[in-house]
Ligand binder design. Structure first.
Ligand SMILES: NC(=O)c1ccc[n+]([C@@H]2O[C@H](COP(=O)([O-])OP(=O)(O)OC[C@H]3O[C@@H](n4cnc5c(N)ncnc54)[C@H](O)[C@@H]3O)[C@@H](O)[C@H]2O)c1
Length: 262
């Protein structure tokens, strides 16, 4: 029970990676607030954790008023916030030449501005406490120039840099700020954003030749939420089956011309 009685907020926790993280933190004794734009999904997810103390609430992370209301609700309920997992996000796979300003703005406002708003509001509470753990869910797409990831990748790259600045400025308040950069993870978002050829390309390029699971991201989030990571600051932990580090790979008789074979 590494997180006994800790108050943990997971944004976008109604499903996918966020829900897996919420479950993992709850399994170590944390009291969870699951906040999602899908309010019913957030409530059901909180109920599914089986802890009477967990809470499912609505938030639109891109809306400052909504974020401040969420933080007030949490502080009224529990009096503190120990862990934030800044996970809410939307996907996107539009070629650069076709990308419209509306999609660019929407992606940046949720994936980058939204993460900033929630992190800042939580960090103000944590700074008063003199402790806290913030884990931002970035992406491999923020580190590599993936096709179709102009808006999504730019937002996630911005989040990685924001994490470093937060780590520098918030150290004096006892707050750890780190990123997890997932690679290709099997979730509803991936089902929406990855067509057959995208999947084949990932399976070829990932040394471990498979997608990751939400539970594998949750294990990393648990580590960065726990005291075992107290001296890790401003770091990006890739959980990507080796994708970022990979160089030249040979796959027996396979070559890039056969990437549609998963
Ligand atoms: N699945 C992947 O392969 C992958 C890879 C790298 C990074 N990520 C990141 O992991 C995070 C979770 O991804 P996922 O695959 O579980 O996605 P998902 O679509 O399954 O879940 C995202 C959740 O965020 C919520 N959400 C969306 N917009 C919101 C808003 N404005 N305010 C509050 N909640 C909102 C959704 O309702 C949903 O419950 C995202 O930040 C995503 O960018 C995912």
């Amino acid at each position: 029970m590494r997180l006994e009685k800790k108050i943990a907020l997971v944004t976008g926790g109604a499903r996918g990676i966020g829900f897996a993280i919420a479950k993992r933190l709850a399994s170590e004794g944390a009291i969870l607030v699951i906040a999602d734009i899908n309010e019913q999904g957030a409530r059901e997810a909180a109920e599914a954790l089986g802890s009477e103390k967990s809470l499912g609430i609505a938030v639109n992370v891109a809306d400052e008023v909504s974020v401040n209301a969420m933080i007030r609700t949490i502080v009224d309920h529990y009096g503190r916030i120990d862990i934030l997992v800044n996970n809410a996000g939307i996907g996107g796979n539009t070629p650069f030449l076709d990308l419209r300003l509306e999609e660019w703005n929407r992606t940046i406002s949720i994936n980058l501005t939204g993460a900033f708003l929630v992190a800042q509001a939580c960090a103000r509470v944590m700074a008063e406490q003199g402790s806290g753990k913030i884990i931002n869910i970035a992406s491999l797409s923020g580190q590599r120039g993936g096709h179709g990831r102009a808006a999504y990748g730019a937002a996630k790259a911005g989040l990685e840099l924001l994490t470093k600045v937060m780590a520098v400025e918030l150290s004096e308040f006892g707050i750890n700020v780190n990123n997890i950069a997932p690679g290709a993870i099997e979730t509803e978002m991936a089902k929406f954003a990855h067509d057959r050829s995208t999947r084949a390309a990932y399976n070829y390029l990932i040394p471990m030749t498979r997608y990751g699971t939400p539970e594998e991201i949750a294990d990393a989030a648990l580590f960065l939420s726990s005291e075992e990571s107290n001296y890790i600051q401003g770091h990006t932990l890739n959980v990507d089956g080796g994708f970022r580090e990979a160089g030249l790979m040979f796959r027996g008789s396979k070559n890039l011309g056969q990437t549609d074979q998963p």
